[in-house]
Design a protein around this ligand. Sequence first.
Ligand SMILES: [Zn+2]
Ligand SMILES: [Zn+2]
Ligand SMILES: [Zn+2]
Ligand SMILES: [Zn+2]
Length: 441
Amino acid sequence: MDGKSVKRGQRILTEKPFAFVLKSQYRLERCDNCLEATKVRKCSNCRYVSYCNRSCQTQAWAQHKHECPFLKSIHPRIVPDAARMLCRLILRLQHGGDLIRGYYTEHGSRKFRDLMSHYAEIKNDPKRLEHLDSLHAVLTDMMADSPSTVPNKSELMSIYGRLITNGFNVLDAEMNSIATAIYLGVSITDHSCQPNAVATFEGNELHIHALEDMPCLDWSKIFISYIDLLNTPEQRRQDLKDHYYFLCVCSKCRDPKEARQMTAAACPNRKCSASINIEWNNCKRCSVGISPKLRNAYNEIMALTKHNLEAMKDVACKYLDVCKVCLDKQAGLMHPLNVWHVKTLDAAFEAAIEVGKWEEALDYGQQLLPGFQMYHGQWNPLVGLLHMKLGKIQLFERHHKEASHHLEEAQRILSVTHGRDHRLLVEQLYPLIFQARQEAN
Ligand SMILES: [Zn+2]
Ligand SMILES: [Zn+2]
Ligand SMILES: [Zn+2]
Ligand SMILES: [Zn+2]
């Protein structure tokens, strides 16, 4: 424990990864070391990874030299990201990595072996075992020339378990996942759906910022969110149980009000803004009746929305017309803060931006804000980014007053979640604010 008090927005941890891999889909467009999207050149030996310059290649060599021959041996095949990450962890541990410590305070530190492995749970999880088997097969293939490098099954399972439970998605400035990484020190941090700290990244470096003032830096009282918070408590608990093997008992998960709000219907009385449980017979606020017909219509649109969002989940570019059909049918049935409505607005916002329909994007983005703030929490990078996108579009549409408002909101939030000197602010946000001020005069 550290005696000094912590202020909102203060960076309480900066950490370099113990091991990390760039997602293979970015192999030809991002540097394997600094993760920068730029012109890159391949490693002349394995021709698998690429670097932006000499210095990055040299820096990466200490780790890459061990995996390079294995990546070369299976050329031109693409290695699944989890297999490459396991390969890196195995080699790192075999070359002194077991002694490396990640510090979360001056004296508090963790080694790779200190991380949770959930060995017993994984051993009884058929899905995980199947995944591990497939990864084992890839590793055996890659390491065919050096079979003794492949750990035995139980050792591999303990490494795999630590990866699954402690792995971070490294995000770029737009919050896209570009790499997987293990950071040792930060693994001390537990999850909450109402976190008081947040993880952001600059290249492969992890930063933890406090979202609240705290009397002192006590890591047992610091929580970050491991999951997508724009989900019902039921879904969040399922995600956490499937992935991290624990039951979330945070205040939000225990609060029945949140679950109710997230699946609320709109009151059929247009003048009433109450959240309705569709199983009720009457609105508790204005007493208007809820007919079986209305109940059916609500259940139908919920099912349609879930189906369509699920179908678009892994599609990078969402379909604007599909979103519009859902939104039209949701109107008057779903409460504006119903999480499925909020998710649909989110998809519509992204889709409208994708095809350059700025007026529509503005409309969806503005409707999205209250739900985003409510469920992600007000100090959340996604809320800050939403303001920044709205500000950018308003600027483009020459609505200078509105642009300034959103950009200032973005600055207020992102300087807490990312820090004032983060590249996202310095390279993107500040120039936009400057432009908005210039054009307003
Ligand atoms: Zn680089
Ligand atoms: Zn290489
Ligand atoms: Zn929770
Ligand atoms: Zn009502």
